[in-house]
Ligand binder design. Structure first.
Ligand SMILES: [Zn+2]
Length: 325
């Protein structure tokens, strides 16, 4: 439920058929049937260009879907079902950080009409909706959501836009849950027990998601602060930890593979990421969607039964879509 495809398509907007040539082989090898593709605005486009870049990213998704017959942008449970029956890859358009909306709630309706079906209010930075959790064990803003953020949560619930708690700071996390009535998701995160930063979620937060029958997607890039502990084995430790706390119905996949973007960056951008956030440690045998079968194999080795594996890899997200879309 998290992949930074739109920003990459946007940077390659002069080229045609990027998905089919660069990503489709990996998706096919990994047998990926659905992916949440996140509209995200890089700092250099803030604030004036946020809205235009977001719209352009969505335009690229439609253009790519037009030339690659294997893709289907899905807006409802019925469309997801249809895409799966046709053996297509269902794209669910999501938004990571509400910056494109500015402070204009009416724009949510427009993005909804364009196909956005999930929103995380913030990335690591602050915006008109609220504040992100920082990449340190303390020090995020103690402030919860702004008035705009609270209204946004209510409007998302009314429209049927899944609210995603990935990245939000601890105070904002509590605020969102105090407003929400539907099952929440955390699309891509890790457990603080193994990587203690406020960008990740602690045991109490995991239990709060479980109590509301929500689902947590496990991220592949913040498995450990140490490179040598960033392994597939340890990725499964995160899954197991969540399953032990709230049951296997509450845990799913949110790979957030972004090595393909990281690789394209100049050294200066990598340095900036390390200073602002952290150095990502990519798991050697879980680096892109073609590696998904390695995870299935590891889950079998670790003793998860078929029914549990089906829930983790597919059914838990599908249950959320049934409830929201
Ligand atoms: Zn993210």
């Amino acid at each position: 439920m998290h992949f930074d495809l739109p920003m990459d398509l946007y940077e390659k907007r002069k080229r045609e058929n990027v998905f089919e040539t660069e990503f489709f082989p990996e998706f096919e090898a990994g047998n990926i049937n659905l992916v949440g593709v996140a509209i995200y605005i890089e700092d250099r486009y803030l604030k004036e260009a946020s809205l235009r870049v977001a719209l352009d990213q969505i335009a690229r998704l439609y253009a790519e879907t037009n030339v690659c017959r294997q893709l289907a942008i899905c807006r409802s449970q019925r469309e997801i079902q249809k895409a799966r029956e046709q053996g297509k890859i269902a794209l669910l358009i999501t938004m990571e950080g509400a910056e494109p909306l500015g402070t204009d709630l009416d724009l949510l309706r427009i993005f909804y009409e364009l196909g956005i079906r999930s929103i995380g209010l913030t990335h690591a930075r602050s915006n008109a909706a609220g504040h992100g959790g920082i990449f340190a064990s303390t020090g995020s803003s103690p402030q919860g959501l702004a008035e705009f953020g609270r209204n946004l949560v209510r409007e998302c619930e009314a429209l049927g836009v899944i609210i995603d708690l990935a990245h939000i700071n601890p105070a904002g996390f509590n605020d969102i849950l105090s407003i929400m009535t539907r099952p929440p998701i955390v699309s891509h995160t890790n457990v603080r027990r193994y990587y203690d930063i406020e960008r990740n979620i602690n045991d109490d937060q995991i239990k709060m998601i479980g109590e509301r029958r929500g689902v947590i997607g496990v991220n592949s890039v913040l498995v450990s602060p140490k490179a040598e502990q960033s392994t597939l084995e340890h990725y499964v430790d995160h899954i197991e930890h969540i399953a032990n706390l709230i049951g296997v119905d509450g845990v799913a996949i949110g790979f957030d593979f972004f090595e393909f973007i990281y690789r394209q960056w100049p050294e200066s951008a990598k340095k900036e990421l390390a200073e602002k956030f952290t150095t990502p440690h990519f798991i050697p045998d879980l680096r892109n969607h073609s590696h998904s079968r390695n995870l299935t194999r590891k889950l079998i080795e670790r003793g998860f039964n078929d029914e549990d594996i089906e829930k983790i890899l597919r059914k838990n997200w599908l249950r959320i879509f049934e409830q929201w879309l």
